[in-house]
Design a protein around this ligand. Structure first.
Ligand code: FAD
Length: 562
């Protein structure tokens, strides 16, 4: 059996390696247009920033490894330029010589990735404007960043006027995770950075309040973030820099522009082969990664997959799904009964020592789908036991089914332990778990790492309390004329008060119940929701109609900023 794999990075390389492990006799040809296979494109922003110093560190495996260890005929600088699904052949073009040859296949795997979105804006091809997709892209950006610094060589310790350079300015077009990682790395390189995002928030997979949280956080680190404004064009200025103009009439000088407007599935070959392309513009595949042609498979950023939670077709340009899909395609080709479960878009972005992570569906998607069978909770648990030094709060939003408690999605932000909590919840979602399961899950604990009630348990307990009726919740903006009761201590009120709220600190509540109405819903607020929960328990057991304002003043701060 001869298998031809197009694209030698995440999906393609995993497919080739897995197939060889399963089938010693298969003839495997992997072709890659670029100069490298199996490189870490996820590391590119950090190479630009100098965190990953050597380009060679990004090259996870090379052509020789594939040839010698996996007996894969691996060809770089070789592009597939045509497919005949009837003859079952591909046309290969040698990028250096232009020579075209034909190769037969029994099975073909497409893993061509996605192309960076590059709108035809005036001036988009000017020098100094880059995208970040490949190792050569990162090399060019580094060379641009370092240009003009050669006169400083050997003068690192000289503090005279010669070493004073004006601060460089970078404009990042697009506030997705690649744009924000580039922003952080360019700040590390000493740039003044502006991010311009056309949507009304950065990081589209987050709900708006979490997008706002990230925007504010970037602001604290000196990054100017402009949302709701698109770039209109680029100009070269007299002083050899660039001017980025926006649709609202803004203009932003820049020494460097990074285009990070997202990606579009590369379906050139799929279209040529006549296989089905879906409404979102990706190659349609079944759960075995088979296209509409049973001998042609497709994986990675180029395909549309089922969203694990909503069941809708979706595009998930992430390395984890691409690797797993490549593996599954190999297993199916080797005759195994493997299937892809769908993707839930689990991701994390590190920014200035903090992290923001998410998994599953967000609330705005549920609303767009008209799905009302969900509840949400906001919570702010510590990353580890509060008495052990260094504990940091994690802002968490967890969405789950109102009807049965099944977990739907979660978002979290903080300085410590964010990734592992979202990873745990991601696993729980994939196993179809509920908030009741999170209550019970046994996680490792010692004071430096977590709490006896881990934030994940805590999320389950809060969600389960809501569903059992032990902790009815309401949300900011939905108070609907409820009586507002603030149970914080007086000293805390100097920071921020809730207009119209009656103040009864938790410790005084039992003695002052006669000050509260019995004919109105009472919404109870504190700093994070914990004391409001205790107060709500007191009120419910004394016959009041009480609810916790989920996430208290911490949520109020996030939500009121949007
Ligand atoms: P790619 O890895 O893009 O590989 C496709 C390859 O196919 C390309 O090398 C291309 O040259 C080749 N090709 C295309 N057409 C042809 C042809 N006709 N003939 C021969 N070769 C062809 N994901 C995460 O989950 N976490 C991250 O932190 C993360 N960071 C990222 C940072 C950056 C800067 C980038 C660019 C991506 C990042 N991703 C991240 C996304 C992740 O890298 C992709 O989802 C993943 O690489 C997709 O794998 P793929 O095999 O579909 O495509």
């Amino acid at each position: 059996m001869k298998v031809v794999i197009v694209g030698g990075v995440a999906g393609g390389a995993s497919c080739a390696a897995r197939l060889r492990r399963l089938d010693e006799r298969a003839e495997i040809l992997m072709v890659e247009r670029g100069p490298y296979v199996s490189y870490a494109n996820c590391g590119l922003p950090y190479h630009v920033g100098g965190v990953i110093e050597h380009e060679s560190s990004l090259l996870v495996a090379n052509e020789r490894v594939f040839r010698e260890q996996f007996a894969v005929d691996c060809r770089t600088g070789c592009e597939v330029v045509g497919i005949s699904s009837t003859d079952k052949t591909v046309e290969l073009r040698d990028v250096a010589t232009g020579a075209v040859t034909t190769e037969p296949f029994d099975k073909l795997v497409l893993s061509p990735g996605a192309a960076s979105v590059r709108p035809p804006l005036p001036g988009i091809d000017l020098p100094g404007i880059f995208q970040v997709r490949t190792v050569p892209d990162a090399r060019e950006i580094r060379q641009w960043v370092e240009r003009g610094t050669s006169f400083l060589s050997g003068m690192e310790h000289y503090s005279g006027f010669q070493t004073v350079r004006p601060r460089m300015r970078a404009v990042i077009v697009g506030g997705g995770f690649i744009g924000l990682e580039m922003a952080e790395n360019l700040v590390g390189r000493g740039f003044d950075v502006t991010v311009i995002e056309m949507a009304d928030q950065v990081l589209a997979p987050l709900d708006r309040e979490y997008g706002q949280l990230v925007k504010d956080f970037l602001g604290l680190h000196g990054i100017t973030v402009i949302v709701g404004d698109g770039v209109a064009g680029f100009e070269h200025t007299d002083d050899e820099s660039l001017l980025v103009s926006t649709q609202s009439g803004g203009s932003h000088p820049a020494d460097l522009v990074i285009l990070a407007l997202g990606v579009r599935p590369d379906v050139t070959l799929a279209t040529a082969a006549g296989v089905e392309v879906g409404e979102l513009g990706g190659i349609r595949v079944d759960e075995r990664m088979r296209t509409s042609d049973p001998d042609i498979f497709a994986v990675g950023d180029a395909v549309e997959v089922r969203d694990f939670v909503t069941g809708q077709w979706s595009l998930m340009a992430l390395a984890g799904p691409a690797n797993r899909q490549g593996r599954i395609a190999a297993e199916v080709i080797a005759g195994r009964d493997s299937a892809f479960r769908g993707s839930q878009g689990t991701a994390v972005v590190g920014l200035f020592g903090s992290a923001i992570a998410w998994t599953g569906v967000n609330e705005k998607t549920l609303q767009r789908l008209g799905d009302t069978d969900y509840e949400k909770v906001y919570l702010y648990p510590n990353s580890h036991a509060g008495y052990y030094p260094g504990a940091k709060p994690i802002a968490m939003k967890v969405l789950f089914r109102k009807s049965d408690g099944r977990l739907l999605g979660a978002q979290a932000a903080g300085e410590d332990g964010v990734d592992k909590r979202i990873s745990h919840i991601a696993l729980a979602i994939q196993l179809g778990a509920t908030v009741y399961d999170l209550e019970e899950v046994e996680l490792c604990y010692a004071p430096p790492f977590g709490s006896a009630k881990d934030p994940v348990n805590f999320a389950g307990m809060v969600g389960a309390d809501v569903l059992r009726g032990d902790m009815p919740v309401s949300h900011w903006g939905e108070e609907n004329g409820a009586f507002l009761l603030d149970v914080r201590e007086k000293a805390e009120l100097s920071v921020e008060q809730v207009p119209g709220a009656v103040i009864i600190p938790l410790g005084e509540l039992r003695a002052r119940l006669d000050e509260l109405p019995r004919d109105r819903e009472i919404n109870v607020v504190c700093r994070s929701g914990q004391r409001a929960y205790y107060a709500t328990r007191v009120l419910l057991q004394n016959g009041f109609d009480a609810k916790v304002l989920s996430g208290g003043m911490l949520s109020h701060a996030i939500l009121s900023a949007t």
